[in-house]
Design a protein around this ligand. Structure first.
Ligand code: CO
Length: 211
C-alpha cells in the first residue's frame, strides 16, 4: 500500500487508540492549546519533534526548516517566535539541531546549490564566525559535528536577538532560550547548556531592543 493511503488507515487506528484511553481526548484538544515549549528544529525526517521528546499533542509549539535556521528576514520563523512568546507565552524556546544534518553538510561543500544558496549562506556565515576553531579540526567528521553544534548556538543567539524575547524575559522572566543536539546515531538528546542570562547580557550590548 502506498504511504499516502497507509496514513489514512493509520489515522483511523490512532483515533480509536486515543478514544480508547481517553474518551474526551479530542474534545480536550478542541478546547485550545497552552504549550510551554517552542521547539525549532530541522525538517529532517529522522528528527521527529514530539516523538523524540516523548510529549503529547498540545504540549509543544513546533517550527521546522532546513538546518534549524533562525534568519532575521524569514517572516515564517519570526512570526512563529512572535506568536509563541507574545500570545502563547511559552516558557522555553529550544533550537534543536542534529548530527549528520544534510543542510549543515551542504553548507560545507564548495558548490552552487541554486535557490538553496541564500538559505545555506546562514550556515556558511556561522562557519566564517568560527573559522579559526573549525579549521583547526582536521578530522572532517568532527569538524562537521562541531559546525552542527555551533550552528545551534548561533541560531539560539538569533532568537535572543529578537525584541519580543528580550522584552518578555525582562518583564516576566520568560522565555529562556536553549540549544539541543539530537544524535541520530544513538537517539540521545544533548543539552548544549547555553547560559541564557549571560548570553542575553552579551547580545544586548549590541542588539538591545528592550529599551
Ligand atoms: Co538537518
Amino acid at each position: 500500500m502506498p504511504i499516502y493511503r497507509k496514513v489514512f488507515e493509520n489515522n483511523q487506528k490512532w483515533i480509536a487508540e486515543k478514544k480508547a484511553t481517553n474518551k474526551q481526548f479530542f474534545a480536550k484538544l478542541a478546547e485550545g492549546q497552552n504549550p510551554d515549549v517552542l521547539y525549532i528544529g530541522c525538517s529532517d525526517s529522522r528528527v521527529t519533534a514530539e516523538d523524540l521528546m516523548g510529549v503529547k499533542a498540545g504540549e509543544v509549539f513546533v517550527h521546522r526548516n532546513i538546518a534549524n535556521v533562525i534568519s532575521n528576514n524569514d517572516l515564517s520563523v519570526m512570526s512563529v517566535i512572535e506568536y509563541a512568546v507574545a500570545y502563547l507565552h511559552v516558557k522555553y524556546i529550544v533550537v534543536c539541531g542534529h548530527y549528520l544534518c544534510g543542510g549543515v553538510e551542504s553548507a560545507m561543500q564548495p558548490k552552487d546549490f541554486g535557490i538553496l544558496n541564500p538559505w545555506l549562506r546562514n550556515i556558511r556565515d556561522v562557519y566564517r564566525l568560527h573559522q579559526v576553531e573549525l579549521d583547526l579540526i582536521t578530522n572532517e567528521k568532527q569538524r562537521f559535528k562541531r559546525l552542527v553544534e555551533l550552528n545551534v548556538e548561533e541560531q539560539a543567539f538569533n532568537v535572543i536577538k529578537t525584541a519580543v524575547v528580550q522584552k518578555s524575559f525582562l518583564e516576566t522572566g520568560y522565555p529562556t532560550v536553549h540549544g539541543w543536539i539530537f544524535d541520530v546515531e544513538t537517539g540521545e538528546l544533548i543539552d548544549q547548556n547555553i547560559d541564557f542570562t549571560e548570553k542575553l547580557g552579551c547580545i544586548r550590548e549590541i542588539y538591545d531592543l528592550a529599551e
